[in-house]
Structure formats: C-alpha cells, structure tokens
Design a protein. Structure first.
Length: 251
C-alpha cells in the first residue's frame, strides 16, 4: 500500500501536462500486504490523480502453477477497472513485447486503454507523438514535432526544458512556457483542418481540397532535401531555389 501511495504523491507533484498516467506492477509471486483497507485507500488516491494501474504476473513455464494463481489473486485488487482488461498473466519472455512494446499501441491489450479513444485530443489527453502519421497533425500538437529525416513525429525538444527561463530562451524550437501546467511546449499552432474555406488560403501551409470544401495541409512542405525526396506524395527538390515542390504530372 505504501508503494501505491508514494506513486500517487509522485504524480500529484508532477505537471498536469495532458499525458496519460500509467503504473505497471509486475510480480512473479504473491503480493504481501495484509492491510487491505490501506490498499483500497491508495487505489482511490491513484484514481484521483488519473492514473491507470496495470498488473502483470510473470511465470517461467507455459502452464499456470499454484504460485501463479496466488500471485494473480493478490495483484488483481490493485489494478484499475475493468480488472481483466488491466491485467495479464504472461511468460517472462512475453513481457517486453506484450507489455512494454504495446503500451502505446492502440491494438495492444494495455495500449488500447492508454491510446485508443482515451488518447484522442477530444478528451484533453495527448496521444503519443508517434501515433501522428501526418505532418500537419503532428505539428498541430503542442507536444510534438515533425522530423524530415525520418518522416515521423516525435516529442518536441521543448519538452526537455523543465524551467521557465530556458524554455522561453529556446527560440529555435519556438518554445512557450505554460504557467498553469508548469510545462514547456511548442507555441500553439493552428491545424489546417480547423480553418474555414475562407481562412484557408491565408495560411501558407494550407490549401483547399480539390472540391474546395475543406482545408488540408499543403503537400511537400519540407525544409530538407532528404525529407522531400522521401515523401510518399511524390515531391521533388529544387536545388536552385532550395525548396520542395510537387512533382509535375507527366501524361
């Protein structure tokens, strides 16, 4: 119970930055904690801090032993509800793939609870940056940045600043300090899909769709030759103007 309480206090002292809060408890045997009431109280504190608690029993053999069953009985009361969805009984070799490898995978047993619908921006919880597959959506997320070299989305360097002054001084990455969350993120950006048909042409990174009904990201908006030629939208790099443009259609 003390361990759960300590985790709750740690999250309470952490910035409320919109990211999912997850605790994974892994054991290979019975969990010894005679104070059941203290465990329930600690679980309540974790719920208040919006922490999802997952439990994993690891076993050495394919068959379940009495020790494995006892470990499951004592661990399950500590995990979030629905308990069967927040619990797995795995062979030890399966843990890296099925737990750690899938914790941010919307198709994984735990991942669908961490990412899934709970990871959408409509709930106020940011999805993992790597789940953004489009440059526009990635750059519109204040915690993410698009990297041309890999054509992928990852955490913005701004997240590495833990104090206000270094955050504000980082003009290269266009960082901004959120005093409410005590967090450094990118300056807010407006996604093309949120602009009206009239506002769309005013943004140099946006354009109207072919039927002129919606605002979409302009293609080939890359700052580097590497990102340009690797873009699946068939872009071409202009060495003279040092810019990326759409490849002409040759019939």
């Amino acid at each position: 119970a003390k361990g759960l309480t300590d985790v709750a206090q740690m999250f309470h002292a952490s910035p409320n930055d919109g990211r999912q809060r997850v605790l994974i408890i892994i054991t290979d045997g019975q969990v010894f904690d005679p104070d059941t009431q203290a465990v329930l109280q600690a679980r309540g504190e974790l719920d208040k801090e919006r922490v999802q608690v997952f439990g994993v029993v690891v076993r050495k053999a394919t068959a379940h032993t009495a020790i494995d069953d006892l470990a499951e009985q004592t661990l399950k009361p500590m995990v979030s509800v629905p308990k069967d969805d927040h619990f797995q009984n795995l062979m030890i070799d399966e843990v890296p793939t099925l737990v750690l490898g899938e914790i941010c995978d919307p198709n994984g047993k735990f991942g669908r609870l961490v990412v899934g619908t709970n990871g959408s921006s409509s709930t106020g919880v940011n999805k993992p940056c790597k789940q953004h597959t489009l440059m526009g959506a990635c750059n519109a997320d204040s915690g993410c940045a698009w990297y041309d070299a890999t054509l992928s989305c990852a955490d913005t360097p701004c997240m590495q600043h833990c104090e206000e002054i270094p955050c504000k001084n980082d003009t290269t990455n266009k960082c901004a300090w959120d005093s409410t969350k005590s967090l450094c993120q990118k300056e807010p950006q407006v996604g093309c899909d949120s602009l009206s048909a009239g506002e769309c042409p005013k943004n140099p990174k946006c354009e109207l769709s072919k039927d002129n009904t919606t605002c979409v990201d302009k293609k080939c908006l890359h700052d580097t030759e590497q990102g340009c030629v690797a873009d699946p939208d068939k872009c071409v790099w202009n060495n003279i103007d040092q810019e990326c443009t759409e490849k002409p259609c040759n019939h």
